[in-house]
Design a binder for this molecule. Structure first.
Ligand code: UD1
Ligand code: UDP
Length: 368
């Protein structure tokens, strides 16, 4: 069975690491890993391949950055150029980035069945580029691997056939279980930054709706600066956010008050998360990882596609347009952590195996 897996952005390297391993351990599976080149800095790409044992990409299309149309269009063309000669039985795509959509569309137009890992997530905000990408990708997928029951319900309510949907759990939970315990004793970075376990908040901000709107960008960084008067705030800075802070002439000021560092690898990030007192983020992945590591999390967004943890009372959604973000962050910091659900919503930590098993036991067929 020939499979082409398409990845390109930081969270996709993490998700693909466990699925790729599981696929390649099976007889008769030949996987070609294609990197779109959407993320290209060493700290945004290479480090994840090295740390998580993801095989080196067989092809790097080196598409790089650009406007949505340019980036997605160039990927579509380049991925088609790979799929025609490869003629795989399946194309696997992950999550909701422009790489996801380009991979799915290139395959669907060639009548190659598409597998979507992380199907059915919905924020119900079509203003988000990610929501457009996931809705369209699901629509052309033959196998929809949903991480949670909520995702399954979303697909049902959009009329997807049950026989195409598999609720397998979240592959990021698999990764956290595989590598998370190693993070416990990985304190070199904490020492280097002169921070102590439980004595800092960890923040990441990168979502376009937050970085590309000057009011929201200012509100978020004002709140983080206020929070830093209560507790040290560590911020591994996404390149998009660095560029926007720089353009708004905020970078220097923010740098003085927060512990701002370059993006870190998965293992250092897991260590930073596990030892934090609070996580403040707009990341899709990190809002779940904080739960996996037992750390409360404030989500600086208007909505989330991972609603389960908000409903459980673990995560709190705080809109960056709310007038009282700073107060709510401080309240959350000192709040007593609620008990964790014994039966978490993200599966049993074997999502990747279930995905590989299902792909191998299905006859490829186009979704109609
Ligand atoms: C993308 C995804 C987002 C995901 C995020 C994960 C889309 C539409 N968005 O957002 O869903 O949460 O990845 O991190 O696909 N840049 C660099 N070096 C890099 C990569 C990017 O400097 O290695 C800079 C460039 O200036 C670029 C900007 O970051 O223009 C944004 O990168 P891009 O890949 O377009 O979107 P992300 O914000 O990373
Ligand atoms: N992450 C990382 N280093 C960082 C910031 C994030 O390894 O400096 C990891 C994080 O732990 C999670 C993933 O990257 O596993 C999430 O990626 P990101 O927030 O970029 O994208 P999203 O999940 O929002 O699509």
């Amino acid at each position: 069975m020939k499979i082409v897996s398409v990845v390109g952005a930081r969270p996709q390297f993490i998700k693909a690491s466990v699925v790729s391993k599981s696929l390649r351990s099976r007889d008769g599976v030949q996987e070609t890993l294609v990197h779109s080149g959407q993320h290209y800095d060493i700290a945004m790409s290479d480090v994840f391949f090295e740390e998580l044992g993801l095989p080196t990409a067989d092809m790097n299309l080196s598409i790089g950055s650009g406007s949505h149309g340019t980036q997605t269009g160039r990927m579509l063309q380049a991925i088609e150029g790979v799929l025609v000669p490869e003629a795989p039985d399946w194309v696997i795509v992950y999550g909701d980035t422009n790489t996801t959509l380009a991979g799915a569309l290139a395959a669907a137009k060639l009548h190659i069945p598409v597998v979507h890992v992380e199907a059915g997530l919905r924020s119900f905000d079509m203003g988000m580029p990610e929501e457009i990408n996931r809705v369209l990708t699901d629509r052309v997928a033959s196998l929809l691997f949903a991480p949670t029951q909520v995702a399954v319900s979303n697909l049902h309510s959009e009329g997807f056939k049950n026989e195409n949907i598999y609720c397998v759990g979240d592959v990021m939970y698999d990764v956290a279980l595989t590598f998370g315990h190693l993070a416990e004793n990985r304190i070199d970075l904490l020492k280097q930054l002169s921070i102590q376990s439980g004595k800092y908040a960890l923040a990441t901000i990168h979502r376009a709706e937050n970085t590309d709107d000057i009011h929201r960008l200012c509100a978020i960084f004002t709140a983080l600066r206020n929070l830093s008067r209560e507790i040290t705030v560590v911020l591994p800075l996404h390149p998009r956010t660095r560029a926007r802070l720089n353009a708004a002439r905020l970078l220097e000021q923010v740098q003085q008050e927060l512990v701002m560092i370059e993006p870190v690898g998965y293992m250092d990030m897991a260590a930073l998360t596990r030892h934090a007192a609070l996580v403040v983020t707009d990341s899709g992945g990190l809002q779940k990882e904080s739960y996996f590591h037992g750390i409360p999390c404030a989500i600086l967004r208007d909505c989330t596609e991972w609603i389960e943890l908000v409903q459980l009372g673990w995560n709190e959604l705080i809109s960056p347009s709310a007038h009282d973000i700073s107060e709510r962050l401080v309240q959350l910091l000192w709040r007593e952590t609620p008990p964790r659900a014994t039966d978490g919503p993200f599966g049993d930590g074997h999502a990747a195996e279930a995905i590989a098993e299902t792909i191998c036991s299905n006859t490829p067929s186009r979704y109609v």
